[in-house]
Design a binder for this molecule. Structure first.
Ligand code: NAP
Length: 225
């Protein structure tokens, strides 16, 4: 941090996940942040002098509104229909919770809300996943927050604790094909989860007002700086 630059505080949702875990590492390493608040439904097994963690009920986030009094809110929440158990439960994690978090961030005076969305997010899409991602993007953009950053990764690469066979096979195939995926296909190249997290943290450092939507094929470049 440069002399005279005020320290920043961050709140992170989804820190137990693939992108969120990398995001947490980077936020804790980043000297510009002096406080990193993590909200999760289960505790993390790590401690750090900057880390403050809270186990919360995501269906009652409004009861923890005071925790949203930070500068930057990072949302890396997500699930799959299979994991959540139903479309409705999926919608809750990928749309309702992020929207509520953004609403509380706006109410708490946060300057930035940074959201992990997905390639082809579109509220009018006939594909359910893309539609929900499009809806959450629209919902957070409609809130009075100075800056909203949305990153739209393609398939994520990285080591998961949990087994997702389909994603693992698709990742292996696409990684091999990646060098051949040029022009309009470049956007479908898989992207490292670590790069998504690095891009988010870097973009939070920019601080320009407005909405910034980052397509998948720009993520690695932004992450590299
Ligand atoms: N997977 C892909 O290839 C891909 C591609 C494009 C975009 N994305 C998007 O990228 C984002 C991050 O993905 P990821 O793979 O890093 O996610 P992930 O590893 O599955 O992590 C998801 C996070 O959300 C939390 N979460 C899930 N269900 C919850 C619930 N009911 N209540 C509270 N927290 C809950 C998880 O907490 P627990 O650890 O407690 O479950 C975890 O911290 C997601 O929005 C995803 O849709 C993913």
């Amino acid at each position: 941090m440069q002399a005279g630059t005020p320290a920043r505080s961050a709140l992170l949702l989804g820190a137990t996940g693939l992108v969120g875990g990398h995001c947490l590492d980077l936020l804790l390493e980043e000297p510009a942040y002096d406080r990193v608040v993590v909200l999760g439904r289960r505790p993390l097994s790590r401690t750090h002098p900057k880390l403050e963690q809270h186990v919360v009920d995501f269906d009652r986030l409004e009861t923890r509104a005071e925790l949203f009094g930070v500068r930057d809110v990072f949302c890396c929440l997500g699930t799959t229909i299979r994991k959540a158990g139903s479309r409705e439960a999926y919608r809750r994690v990928d749309l309702v919770y992020p929207h509520e978090a953004a609403r509380l961030a706006a109410g708490g005076g946060a300057e930035q809300f940074l959201l992990v969305s997905a390639l082809d997010a579109d509220p009018t899409s006939r594909i359910f996943y893309n539609r929900v991602k499009g809806e959450v993007e629209m919902a957070v953009q409609g809130l009075p927050i100075e800056r909203v950053v949305i990153v739209r990764p393609s398939l994520l690469l990285g080591e998961r604790e949990e087994h997702r066979t389909g994603e693992r096979i698709a990742g292996a195939v696409l990684r091999r094909l990646s060098p051949l995926m040029r022009g309009p296909l470049a956007r479908y190249r898989p992207v490292q989860a670590r790069a998504v997290a690095a891009a988010l943290v870097r973009l939070a450092g920019e601080g320009r007002p407005g909405v910034r939507v980052v397509p998948s094929d720009r993520i690695a470049q932004i992450a590299a700086g």
